[in-house]
Design a protein around this ligand. Structure first.
Ligand SMILES: *Cc1c(COP(=O)(O)O)cnc(C)c1O
Length: 236
């Protein structure tokens, strides 16, 4: 990772993505501007790029690779322009990595089974706010994919609700490319859970849509899009 990058180029792309998100909100019937959060996915990109965007006002950053993420979080901890950053873990979670995630992140979007949720709950430090959690749903029932199967979702929701060191916020998906209907089905799941559990007051986040499909995801009810390459350029 080199720290040299073209600031104007990064700024242009970030502004374009912000514009695209705003336009998608305006076009989606009944959505208001500002109803969608932009998660800047900074995996493989240097801490200096993150610091630069944070200074422009970007708040949410997503990381996939734990070791790399921890180094960047540490490097940015004492930087004035980075104090407002909200860190999201969006990579696959191995059992032996839960402590680092619980201690260093504000959100985790890839919880898919109880054993992981339970460990995050037990390991979240008491002096930190509850860890915000999204359940990753394997919306296409793909063998190769991470995520909780839709039919197992009600039980996992009920379990995680009991963990007071976790704050259950909603769902996250990475749909198969050919599945044009995945956004709508996930929105339905999201609304159904809200109906069954009105006591879930913080159930407010539907994380779907990436660089190539953020507009479609917003049209179908996404409240957070996770965008990497359209902001930072191609990954090496
Ligand atoms: C890498 C990644 C993204 C961003 O993908 P782009 O196509 O570069 O926007 C979003 N979500 C997850 C879970 C990712 O791993």
């Amino acid at each position: 990772m080199t720290n040299h990058f073209d600031e104007q180029n990064l700024l242009d792309h970030w502004q374009q993505v912000n514009h695209q998100v705003m336009e998608a909100c305006t076009n989606a019937k009944g959505r208001e501007n500002g109803g969608v959060d932009l998660l800047a996915v900074s995996k493989t990109k240097p801490a200096e790029m993150i610091a630069f965007l944070a200074k422009q006002g970007q708040r949410d950053f997503g990381e996939n690779y734990l070791q790399e993420a921890l180094e960047k979080i540490k490097a940015l901890q004492k930087r004035a322009e980075a104090t407002h950053i909200v860190w999201h873990y969006i990579g696959h979670i191995q059992r032996n990595k839960t402590r680092d995630i619980a201690e260093n992140f504000d959100w985790v979007q890839t919880v898919e089974r109880d054993i992981i949720a339970k460990r995050l709950h037990n390991q979240r430090p008491d002096d930190l706010a509850p860890l915000n959690v999204l359940i990753q749903v394997n919306i296409d029932n793909e063998d190769s994919k991470s995520g909780c199967l839709p039919e197992a979702l009600p039980e996992l929701v009920a379990t995680i609700m009991e963990y007071e060191r976790l704050q259950l916020r909603g769902l996250m998906i990475i749909p198969a490319q050919a599945d044009t209907d995945a956004f709508a089905r996930t929105k339905q799941l999201f609304d159904d859970i809200k109906k069954v559990h009105p006591e879930l007051r913080a159930w407010d986040t539907l994380s779907m849509g990436m660089s190539g499909d953020m507009t479609a995801a917003i049209a179908h009810g996404a409240t957070m899009v996770r965008v990497g390459s359209a902001i930072f350029g191609a990954r090496n």
